[in-house]
Design a protein around this ligand. Structure first.
Ligand SMILES: C[S@@+](CC[C@H](N)C(=O)[O-])C[C@H]1O[C@@H](n2cnc3c(N)ncnc32)[C@H](O)[C@@H]1O
Length: 217
């Protein structure tokens, strides 16, 4: 697929997901896709190799969180941690589309965190940081702690609870509705909202789970 075709597919996908992209954001997303494709072999960032597939499986799939996130957070500033971010998904996409968010992408693999740091510099994203650490050791307070394709809900929330601000929330991007994972959550964690997502061009189930420590209304 050519550059213009990818750009057109991104525009159609973003529109279907209710995300209005500025020209600058559109360019940054496509530049990010090009960096992912270019450095994938070196950094081993994703098993997906084809740019068209990267667009649907990674960019559009991550873009699906933007409208729900804006609805949850409004237009104000907030700090977001993307746990087990790998090549920066969804953190880089969030940093591009939500300029009021300060995004930290944490990964236990140094070269993946270095790649995100490189993306921040290349795209001029001053609201994006790549952090090499295990999430269990992160002690800054984040308003939103997010993950995509990371771990079970129990492990995600247990390992990252030390990074949650007092009124912070978790958001987990999942495939099929994870009934078993929800049933396994401890009583200290509650799921307060579930959204089914439809990702254009992806024939797969997707949902978004919002969680918080029980008692935090
Ligand atoms: C399957 S990848 C998902 C990457 C990305 N979120 C995505 O959707 O493409 C999971 C990532 O979590 C990272 N990881 C695993 N355990 C971790 C931990 N305890 N703290 C931080 N990162 C971790 C791995 O290094 C890997 O990059």
């Amino acid at each position: 697929m050519s550059g213009p075709d990818l750009a057109a597919a991104l525009d159609r996908g973003a529109q279907a997901l209710g995300v209005a992209l500025t020209a600058g954001q559109r360019t940054q997303l496509l530049d990010y896709l090009a960096l992912l494709a270019k450095w994938n072999k070196v950094y081993n960032l994703t098993a997906v190799r084809d740019p068209q597939e990267m667009l649907t499986h990674h960019l559009l799939d991550s873009l699906a969180v933007i409208a729900p996130l804006r609805q949850q957070r409004g237009e104000g500033a907030f700090k977001l941690l993307d746990v087990g971010s790998g090549g920066g998904l969804p953190g880089v996409v969030i940093a591009i589309c939500c300029p009021t968010a300060q995004v930290t992408c944490v990964d236990a693999v140094a070269k993946k965190a270095a790649f995100v740091q490189q993306v921040a510099v290349s795209l001029g994203l001053r609201n994006l940081t790549g952090l090499h650490a295990r999430v269990e050791s992160v002690r800054q307070a984040f308003d939103v702690v997010a993950s995509r394709a990371f771990a079970s809900l129990v492990d995600f929330t247990t390992w990252s609870v030390g990074a949650l601000a007092p009124q912070g929330v978790w958001v987990a991007m999942k495939g099929k509705h994870p009934d078993d994972e929800i049933a396994a959550l401890p009583p200290t964690v509650e799921v307060f909202h579930v959204e089914q997502l439809r990702v254009p061009g992806l024939d797969a189930e997707r949902c978004l789970l919002w969680l918080r420590p029980r008692g935090h209304a």
